[in-house]
Design a protein around this ligand. Structure first.
Ligand SMILES: NC(=O)c1ccc[n+]([C@@H]2O[C@H](COP(=O)([O-])OP(=O)(O)OC[C@H]3O[C@@H](n4cnc5c(N)ncnc54)[C@H](OP(=O)(O)O)[C@@H]3O)[C@@H](O)[C@H]2O)c1
Length: 267
């Protein structure tokens, strides 16, 4: 993939909710084709936002575009590629002229014991989960025109020890620091930077961990049993926190990380 490819050239947005917490706002959601990102895209759209979403899988991009009624700008882009981040920003600028909400949600976990982590896996997890996040914020700055909200998806693994998730957890922990530093650096420009830290959320992510089906199912059952809430959270429950941070409801929140984990990290 050289440049961000447009999968759907939707007609100019019309008939959007005229009211709603994001009425008239333009939002870009990375990793917007599945799970938390797609649930947030739907909720943001229902609240009047005009959307751009990214992902890599062509099938998922098409399906997400249809789920958003053909109204969203759907872009194929690798979150770790600076060249492709540039192309995404250029496409958003061309379509909408500006950006108000940036939800950097694309993430990847490749769990493995320390001996089995090779350089490619290390670089990929750091590239998508940390480097790509930093440069997505940097490259979005020229598109912000007035008050803006940047939201980053971290994880409760960034505070808890998580065996076999050491690289993923380290990248997410770095994001916690990034959100505080950039929160302070950018607030004078009216740009609020905050994070959402999900606990176990029922999304396709668990199916992508490369675990055998039976092992994945047993792990999910054990996690649900351990959760104080007795269950996984839903992507919709995280999307509601994203909407809060994206909207003016969170106008005085800077450098904060909202935990949405059913109490898991309190144990
Ligand atoms: N589910 C959980 O329990 C949980 C817990 C804590 C934190 N999180 C975080 O929540 C975020 C969303 O995860 P999810 O649970 O909603 O997982 P998901 O359903 O697997 O969605 C991940 C999204 O990110 C995209 N993505 C992955 N790698 C990408 C890349 N290199 N470039 C562009 N897009 C990429 C995926 O599309 P493609 O694969 O097509 O690229 C997809 O749209 C992630 O940051 C994850 O770390 C999840």
């Amino acid at each position: 993939m050289g440049k961000a490819e447009h999968y759907l050239h939707a007609p100019a947005a019309h008939g959007m909710a005229a009211h709603g917490k994001l009425a008239g706002k333009v939002a870009l959601i990375t990793g917007g084709t599945s799970g938390i990102g797609l649930a947030s895209a739907r909720l943001f759209q229902a609240h009047g936002a005009q959307l751009a979403i990214t992902g890599r899988s062509p099938d998922a991009l098409r399906q997400a575009g249809a789920a958003l009624d053909g109204q969203a700008l759907v872009l194929r882009s690798d979150a770790a590629s600076l060249e492709q981040i540039d192309a995404v920003m250029a496409a958003v600028k061309q379509r909408y002229g500006r950006l108000d909400v940036l939800f950097i949600n694309a993430g990847v976990a490749s769990p493995a014991p320390i001996e089995q982590v090779d350089e490619a896996s290390f670089d990929n997890q750091i590239g998508v989960n940390l480097k790509g996040v930093f440069f997505t914020i940097q490259k979005a700055l020229p598109l912000f025109d007035g008050p803006a909200s940047v939201i980053v998806t971290t994880s409760i693994t960034n505070r808890l020890g998580s065996p076999n998730f050491s690289v993923y957890g380290a990248a997410k922990a770095a994001l916690r620091s990034l959100v505080k530093s950039l929160g302070l650096e950018l607030i004078a420009r009216g740009i609020r930077v905050n994070a959402i830290s999900p606990g176990p959320i029922d999304t396709p992510m668990f199916d992508r961990l490369g675990l055998p089906d039976a092992v994945a199912a047993a792990k999910k059952q054990a996690i649900a049993a351990k959760s104080p809430s007795g269950r996984f959270g839903s992507a919709d429950e995280v999307a509601k926190a994203a909407l809060f941070l994206a909207s003016a409801d969170a106008s005085y929140m800077v450098g904060e990380e909202i935990v949405v984990d059913g109490g898991m990290s309190l144990l």
